[in-house]
Design a protein around this ligand. Structure first.
Ligand SMILES: *[C@@H]1O[C@H](CO)[C@@H](O)[C@H](O)[C@H]1NC(C)=O
Ligand SMILES: *[C@@H]1O[C@H](CO)[C@@H](O)[C@H](O)[C@H]1NC(C)=O
Ligand SMILES: *[C@@H]1O[C@H](CO)[C@@H](O)[C@H](O)[C@H]1NC(C)=O
Ligand SMILES: *[C@@H]1O[C@H](CO)[C@@H](O)[C@H](O)[C@H]1NC(C)=O
Length: 255
């Protein structure tokens, strides 16, 4: 039921976010600082060549990342073997993010068992604090993240101004992403792709995989209703904005 309402919140917020110019705060004094060139380099990325001067610096309008900014992950490792396959890429991503947003608070909500004995210290070495969560629901892992993160944010909202909910493995901060949005904004993205002919199509809850997640986590009836009206899917791997807006915004302002 909780999850159901979170989906609704997300869907409503998505409609709100479409009118994003109304959400942008106009009286914020932009803080535009010259960017220091990053010296970060790993097997996949070399950030030496990224140039954020001139026009490209305009996107960094807001406060630099600091401890009141939260990057939050939710993970559930149902299969330890899949972690072995993802381990190296995940650690590389976390190193990159540590370089891009060193001062943001980073938390991983760990549902169920850690995928390896030293998982917490491994994450700590990348600046990520692990918070274990007891899993007593039958939610599918992908859906469980919404529930667990929502609960954490509700209980800790006074600690944070801006929040970024991300996928653990494939969301990269090359630079200070937090400096590109304010706590008065909320960004949600649909799951879209472009066809060869250039048409953009966005996935809905009619999609079998997410339909099954909803069916297994909530009920077949609910999953069928959302599939029937083709409610668009919001990508749970990149949701970001002000903490308050993320938790309550859509409800308070628009329902
Ligand atoms: C970076 O971009 C600025 C402005 O576009 C340009 O003047 C400068 O030469 C560039 N720097 C490098 C190292 O390419
Ligand atoms: C992080 O905080 C330190 C200490 O306050 C500061 O010197 C540094 O510039 C900050 N880094 C970023 C990327 O904001
Ligand atoms: C892993 O955990 C064990 C037991 O807590 C500890 O003795 C060991 O030093 C840890 N290894 C690493 C690489 O952190
Ligand atoms: C789609 O169906 C769900 C479940 O009945 C409902 O909550 C939601 O408002 C509907 N969405 C639209 C756009 O009609």
């Amino acid at each position: 039921m909780l999850c159901f309402s979170i989906f609704v919140v997300l869907i409503v917020t998505c409609m709100v976010a479409n009118k994003s110019s109304a959400v942008i705060q106009l009286n914020t004094n932009p803080i535009i600082k010259p960017r220091i060139k990053s010296k970060y380099e790993d097997r996949f990325f070399n950030l030496y060549n990224f140039n954020y001067s001139g026009e490209c610096s305009n996107t960094f309008k807001y406060k630099p990342n600091n401890k009141r900014d939260l990057l939050i992950y939710g993970a559930y490792f149902s299969d330890k073997r899949s972690w072995i396959g993802q381990r190296q890429m995940t650690l590389q991503t976390l190193s990159l993010n540590q370089n891009g947003i060193p001062n943001a608070t980073k938390i991983l909500m760990l549902c169920g068992e850690p995928p390896e004995p030293n998982f917490s210290s491994l994450m700590n070495s990348k600046g990520v604090e692990v918070i274990p969560v007891k899993v007593d629901s039958l939610y599918n892992g992908a859906v469980l993240r919404y529930v667990v993160i929502q609960k954490y944010l509700e209980e800790n909202k006074e600690k944070y101004d801006r929040v970024f909910i991300a996928d653990l493995r494939d969301v990269f901060f090359f630079e200070d992403g937090f400096a590109t949005f304010s706590d008065k904004q909320l960004y949600l993205s649909k799951e879209c792709s472009r066809t060869n002919k250039g048409y953009i199509t966005c996935a809905s809850l009619d999609l079998e995989i997410t339909r099954n997640w909803m069916r297994d986590s909530i009920s077949k009836e609910v999953a069928d209703l959302y599939a029937a009206n083709k409610t668009k899917i919001i990508n749970s791997g990149t949701i970001f904005g002000g903490a308050e807006l993320l938790i309550y915004g859509a409800m308070i302002n628009h329902c």
